[in-house]
Design a protein around this ligand. Structure first.
Ligand code: FES
Ligand code: FE
Length: 333
């Protein structure tokens, strides 16, 4: 069993799964995402059990998914309910689309391709980003960002502070302040945690009124997922006690292509979504050309495969964690 298939992965923004079927790819597997009449979201293999046409070419009618080729109709359970060419025929249980486990959380639809052996894995707990558990923080999601590189390259870039002064010059960093002071890295039950990370930032968010020393924590919470929290020095932002957390959700599409989203949680209830999203789009747009230029596209896990410096402690810990966890997809072992 491929370990990655037993993990939950984000595949689309919840609100993008709506009236019509949506095609997506996860771990090389083509999916059709759609929502039935009861509002339940589904992720199925994008292949009709009749003659193999893509179900994502079809449409949703009266809460059922209708194949574009011969109009077979499928219920949310996957069961075929109607075959137009033989309207009297009652299709039995073998006439069924192949479905995967799917659930919605943090503004996204999450899919797991295969049931793990042993205890079922719950979805990653990210209470800061759940609408219900943290009403003091406002949530917004940006993306999708389609990127021509592996998911681990994107996560590693998200954990990296030494590029701020170059890739995000005048935004998240400055050439005048490029040194990365030492920070702490530890393994946690679910991943890796870096604390006490300090960066000098000219414009750390849309609320920054001046440059500021910003303290970050970074946590890898799953192989293709990481969360940062940032707290700027008091008095440097328009919001008193500014708090901000950003999750990077990455869907490993193929070994060398990915889709990413960011989920923001912050104590800013005023700014329009469009402004927050625009900021993230700008930052991600700065990262993308570098990300897509990196060779190899798969993250090399062998120690010494790429040179490193002390500022790369978190990325080294991330690579070791992937190795120890047995993650192969998007990596070079
Ligand atoms: Fe889907 Fe025939 S291939 S209905
Ligand atoms: Fe960046």
């Amino acid at each position: 069993m491929q370990l990655e298939r037993t993990l939950w992965h984000p595949v689309a923004l919840s609100h993008a799964v709506g009236g019509q079927p949506l095609a997506a790819t996860l771990l090389g597997e083509d999916l059709v995402l759609w929502r039935d009449g009861a509002g339940q979201a589904h992720a199925w293999m994008d292949q009709c059990p009749h003659r193999g046409a893509r179900l994502s070419l079809g449409r949703v009618r009266q809460g059922q998914l209708e194949c574009a080729y011969h109009g077979w109709r499928f219920e949310g359970s996957g069961q075929c309910a109607h075959i137009p060419a033989t309207p009297e025929f009652q299709p039995g249980p073998r006439y069924c689309a192949r479905s995967y486990a799917a659930q919605e959380a943090y503004g996204m639809l999450w899919v797991r391709l295969q049931e793990p052996e042993g205890a079922p894995q719950p979805l990653h707990a990210l209470p800061l980003f759940a609408a219900e558990s943290e009403p003091r923080l406002r949530k917004t999601t940006s993306g999708p960002y389609f990127v021509n590189t592996s998911a681990p390259r994107i996560i590693e870039n998200f954990l990296d502070m030494a590029h701020f002064g170059y890739v995000h010059e005048d935004w998240l960093g400055s050439r005048e302040h490029t040194a990365i002071p030492p920070y702490e890295v530890e393994r946690t039950e679910r991943g890796v945690l870096a604390t006490g990370c300090l960066a000098w930032q000219p414009r750390s968010s849309i609320h920054a009124e001046s440059g500021a020393q910003v303290e970050y924590t970074y946590e890898v919470t799953a192989p293709y997922m990481a969360v940062l929290t940032k707290v700027p020095e008091a008095g440097t932002t328009a919001i008193e006690g500014m708090r901000e957390a950003i999750a990077m959700f990455v869907c490993p599409v193929t070994e060398e292509t990915s889709v990413a989203w960011t989920r923001m949680a912050m104590n800013d209830f005023e700014s329009p979504d469009a402004r927050l999203i625009d900021f993230q789009d700008t930052i991600f747009g700065q990262d993308r050309p570098v990300l897509e230029s990196q060779r190899p596209k798969r993250l090399p896990l062998q120690p010494g495969a790429e040179m490193a410096c002390a500022a790369d402690r978190m990325s080294i810990a991330y690579r070791r964690y992937l190795t120890d966890s047995g993650i192969r997809f998007g990596t070079l072992a």
